[in-house]
Design a protein around this ligand. Sequence first.
Ligand code: FMN
Length: 191
Amino acid sequence: MNEIIKFLKTRRSTTAKTMKVGHIEESDLNDILACGIRVPDHGALNPWFLTVIKDDARSRIGKEILVPEYIQNNPEATEEEIDFEKNRFLRASAVIAVLFKPVSDSKIPSWEMALSTGAVCSNILIAAQSLGYAAQWLTEWYSYNDRMIKEVDGKPGTDKLAGFIYIGNKVKEPVERRRPKTEKVINILTE
Ligand SMILES: Cc1cc2nc3c(=O)[nH]c(=O)nc-3n(C[C@H](O)[C@H](O)[C@H](O)COP(=O)(O)O)c2cc1C
């Protein structure tokens, strides 16, 4: 079987919870990003923007944004929860934020721009996994937080976070999850 098909038929996400922090080769990160922005994009509008959160930025954002925003939304937050927010991005070696930035004054529907943004996330995920890294696409609560949107150069109310792709190292191979039955989700019309 073709290697790419074999990979696509078996790849799996590793949860941020179970990945470990390690080193991402600079050339790997560049390849992952290059694959991420090479996606179908009606009208070549580039209606997306990527931010790589790595090194000290992971803890800075935890302290400056996640903790205060979490406390504001959860006044009863426990020490344990606050600690988790502080270290949230430290679960990965790098986290790539993918922002949907719809282009106004375009004949291309915004829905199609959103689909292209999803393709960016998928490509980043697949590229990282193909290089052997642990990777997961997450939105969690902070994708819907205005301060977080501003942090990645977005305009709240217009731009949206399509997600954060966590990239780290695998501790062990992830087990398979439930997958759809082909006949339930695919119909083939022949006439
Ligand atoms: C847009 C989007 C957002 C997601 N957000 C979350 C999330 O916040 N929390 C979570 O546990 N899984 C989330 N997931 C699911 C996982 O990232 C992933 O799809 C699942 O673990 C299985 O992925 P796999 O088919 O690559 O193995 C999200 C998936 C997508 C497409």
